[in-house]
Write a protein that binds this ligand. Structure first.
Ligand code: FES
Length: 133
């Protein structure tokens, strides 16, 4: 049962959820059992302007613990991350990072600010092409 903790930037406490690998109903946003898929299942706000198709960077998170408990980043993700604001060596895209074990990730400040201002998802649907097709 992987445990996933989502931390607001700069804080040591956040929201922790657990799920059984292979049993999480797929939200159809991002890769199955990715951070975005898990966040959506548990109603945790994680931006995903392109709908989880690796075409934006709004789902950018910073891995604090459990770096090896994610799927390896593919070239598409690494290329997209290169365009992310506030990129770190521990950055991942929430829609592409599939969780395999216990992890702790930080959601960058701008995303948290957006949430505290009452924003909802900025899913643009078909406005951003799926580059993977
Ligand atoms: S939601 Fe757009 S790249 Fe992850």
């Amino acid at each position: 049962m992987p445990k996933v903790t989502f931390l607001p930037a700069g804080q040591s406490e956040g929201q922790t959820v657990e799920f059984e690998s292979g049993k999480l109903p797929y939200s159809e946003h991002g890769l199955q059992e990715s951070l975005l898929d898990i966040a959506m299942h548990f109603h945790i706000q994680l931006e995903h302007a392109c709908g989880g198709s690796c075409a934006c960077t709004t789902c950018h998170v910073i891995v604090k613990e459990g770096k090896d408990n994610f799927s390896e980043a593919e070239d598409d993700e690494l290329d997209r991350l290169d365009t992310a604001a506030g990129l770190t060596l521990s950055s991942r895209l929430g829609c592409q990072a599939v969780v395999k074990g216990d992890v702790v990730v930080e959601i960058p400040n701008w995303n948290r600010n957006y949430v505290s201002e009452g924003g909802g998802s900025m899913n643009l649907g078909d406005a951003i092409p799926n580059l993977k097709k």
